[in-house]
Design a protein around this ligand. Structure first.
Ligand SMILES: [Zn+2]
Length: 271
């Protein structure tokens, strides 16, 4: 699933590629992914101009000149691609936003769990966004992070990925941050020392910034808005490295399942 660095990379691409363009129309071959309905979205945004593109948590927000907003969640396999209208059809292309300048914003999604949702205004947007925890790179302070950790005895990795506590962190970057901070993913969050909490806070920021720098991790479906892969998968510290030598010691990376998700760690380094 695209996480903060992947969604942020797409947002930055979209800000360059679609802001200022006029919406000429919208089509879909997967109506359930356009909410509340294709007709309502078409009526609301056709003829408007795209004003800005923002991100909060894993949600991309597209703002239109009449005050309407579309929020997009990529879920497991979603892609937002900016193409020329005559470019060949993309794999799993389901929602097509026709834009001025012969451009098309395409939402492609193999698993079809992602969605486009029309909101009537900023107030409705804020209501949705307040369900999410603070942004790890913008707003999550160390004292708040320590408080989040001390409030629960759930495994620390699950806490990192809990969108209501901290937004945007998924399986890849949670694994990476815990490795960098040398913390066992199963450790109960509230049993962590202040020092370990601070190390994890710094590690989380570091891996998320690295993810953005390398334009996301394309170990599976993720592509940026131009259809290019990211590079962070070439820099994985621990994710997907089961059976391989630890990059920090002579140990071997182990894979376990935690909360149903593949969890990778070095039993020697991470305590
Ligand atoms: Zn190790």
């Amino acid at each position: 699933m695209p996480e903060l660095p992947e969604v942020e990379t797409i947002r930055r691409d979209l800000a360059k590629l679609i802001v200022g363009r006029k919406v000429l129309g919208i089509e879909t071959n997967s109506p359930k992914q356009v909410q509340p309905s294709l007709e309502m979205v078409k009526k609301a945004i056709t003829g408007t101009t795209i004003k800005k593109v923002q991100r909060r948590a894993k949600i991309i927000q597209i703002f239109f000149s009449n005050g309407k907003i579309i929020i997009v969640h990529l879920k497991l396999t979603g892609r937002l691609l900016v193409r020329k209208k005559e470019d060949k059809i993309d794999d799993w292309q389901h929602i097509m936003l026709s834009l001025s300048g012969d451009k098309e914003l395409r939402f492609a999604d193999s698993r079809k769990f992602g969605w486009f949702r029309l909101l009537k205004d900023e107030k409705e947007l804020q209501k949705i966004l307040k369900e999410f925890g603070p942004e790890p790179l913008d707003g999550l302070t160390l004292p708040v992070f320590q408080k989040i950790l001390s409030s629960t005895s759930r495994p620390v990795k699950i806490v990192l990925m809990d969108q209501q506590r901290i937004s945007g962190v998924g399986n890849i970057y949670a694994n990476e941050a815990l490795f960098l901070a040398k913390i066992d993913p199963r450790r109960p969050a509230k049993k962590m020392t202040k020092q370990a909490g601070e190390k994890l806070y710094q590690a989380l920021e570091k891996v998320l910034r690295a993810g953005i720098k390398y334009r996301g991790a394309s170990d599976q479906y993720y592509l940026d808005a131009l259809g290019h892969k990211g590079f962070y998968q070439e820099h994985f510290l621990v994710y997907g490295r089961q059976g391989k030598r630890c990059l920090a010691c002579s140990g071997t990376i182990k894979r376990i399942s935690l909360g149903g998700r593949g969890t990778f760690y070095c039993p020697q380094c991470q305590k």
